[in-house]
Design a protein around this ligand. Structure first.
Ligand SMILES: *Cc1c(COP(=O)(O)O)cnc(C)c1O
Length: 401
């Protein structure tokens, strides 16, 4: 029996309760808009946490996927396929790097970065067996695997998933002195988000990324940048690191790399670093599959135009001007962010982040709260200025109440 719209609003009876979605059921979407099962249109101001940087159903991405669907979708890496080499070459070039190791989800790419950094540490840097350490930042979000949650400082994500993998040192985000103090001869990598998304779109102090680059270089340590959420246009540049003209040793990419169509992630680095892997030492059945490569190639082509980065920069400047004026009204305590990406701290007197998200839903604007009192805004980069203004107007109304 088909679900009625009411039932389909709560399809959770047979689903683990590991999420607490807003009470809206989406049936279709186009650009920056999503339509629910009752035909109501909602403005998507979250964009799948940046997985939908190019919006829903971007014609070029849909075409790339459809064309590839009809040719070949999966070979496994047991055989070559004709999109793989081109994908690796194009993505490496976009990143100014030499080699790509494709995976599927973000967490897998972070795991790949951890394994690569450790292997590089043993084979190239000369760290003694099983001694490698990786420095990470408090407030990090790098995914949900057992190793990754072990170095999370978010107790909700971490608790009851132990025993936790050793080999990680946690330092305060944005604190260069603490980072320097945490580095030892066994340190193989510093793993950071150039802007911490999940933490509430936390931008580090100016000069931090440059400082991390200099420190890691001088100590023969890899600088691994998790640009899964911040990269690929979101902040107004291809990478958030570009704002400080910093080039890390390794980019970790995901989310928007799959164009919101298929999960595609990758580690992108030099031949000296990614060259440490030999056949059989790491892999993924679906990693770098033809469908993923076809879509991601089109994503790279879209980014090459610079159009999306420019939109994010221009609309982002507008967004932050508007949010600053909202903040002057008292309902908002702080606004952080860069480009078309903002963390908005709601004053407790005006409700929790969840309550504000629910009120915005009533006004057909979809956002997501994080850490109780913060609203995260990350609309698709294809959003029109009028739609963005309409969304901000709804925020203004909700926060005035
Ligand atoms: C989303 C995200 C991840 C994890 O990606 P998944 O595809 O959910 O595994 C890792 N790092 C950052 C910065 C993210 O935003």
């Amino acid at each position: 029996m088909p679900d009625t719209p009411r039932d389909s609003a709560f399809p959770a009876r047979h689903s683990a309760q590991n999420y607490h979605p807003l009470p809206v059921v989406i049936a279709s979407a186009d650009g920056a808009w999503m339509t629910d099962v009752e035909g109501r249109r909602h403005l998507d101001m979250l964009a799948g946490y940046s997985a939908l940087n190019f919006g829903h159903g971007h014609p070029r991405l849909v075409k790339a996927a459809k064309d590839q669907l009809e040719r070949v979708t999966l070979t496994s890496r047991a055989f070559h396929h004709d999109r793989f080499g081109e994908f690796c070459a194009q993505l490496a070039d976009l990143c100014g790097m030499e080699m790509v190791l494709p995976m599927n989800t973000g967490a897998e790419a972070v795991e790949t970065a951890v394994k690569t950094a450790r292997k590089w540490g043993y084979r190239v840097k000369g760290v003694a067996p099983d001694r490698a350490r990786i420095v990470v930042a408090a407030g990090n979000f790098h995914g949900r695997t057992t190793t990754i949650v072990g170095f999370s400082t978010d107790e909700t994500a971490r608790a009851d998933h132990g025993p936790y993998a050793p080999g990680f040192d946690i330092v305060p985000y944005g604190d260069l002195a603490a980072l320097e103090a945490a580095m030892t001869d066994d340190t193989v990598a510093v793993l950071l988000e150039p802007i911490q998304g999940e933490a509430g779109v936390v931008v580090p102090p100016p000069g931090y990324l440059t400082g991390v680059r200099e420190l890691t270089r001088s100590r023969d340590v890899l600088f691994v940048c998790d640009e899964i959420q911040s990269g690929l246009g979101r902040t107004g540049k291809t990478f958030a690191c570009d704002h400080e003209d910093v080039v890390p040793d390794m980019y970790v990419l995901g989310k928007a790399l799959g164009g919101g169509v298929v999960p595609v992630s990758a580690v992108v680095s030099s031949a000296a670093v990614l060259g440490v892997h030999r056949p059989g030492e790491h892999g993924s059945t679906f990693g770098g599959n033809p469908l993923a490569c076809a879509v991601a190639l089109e994503v790279v082509a879209l980014l090459r135009t610079g159009e999306y980065q420019q939109r994010a920069a221009e609309l982002g400047a507008h967004l932050h001007r508007e949010l600053a004026s909202l903040a002057a009204g008292g309902a908002v305590q702080q606004v952080r962010g860069r480009g078309l990406w903002a963390g908005v701290d709601i004053a407790p007197s005006h409700g929790t982040g969840r309550e504000i998200s629910e009120q915005l839903l009533e006004r057909r604007v979809l956002v997501k709260d994080t850490h109780a009192s913060t609203i995260r805004l990350a609309p698709p980069l294809v959003i029109s200025k009028d739609d963005l203004d309409w969304g901000l107007e709804q925020m203004r109304s909700v926060l005035a109440g």
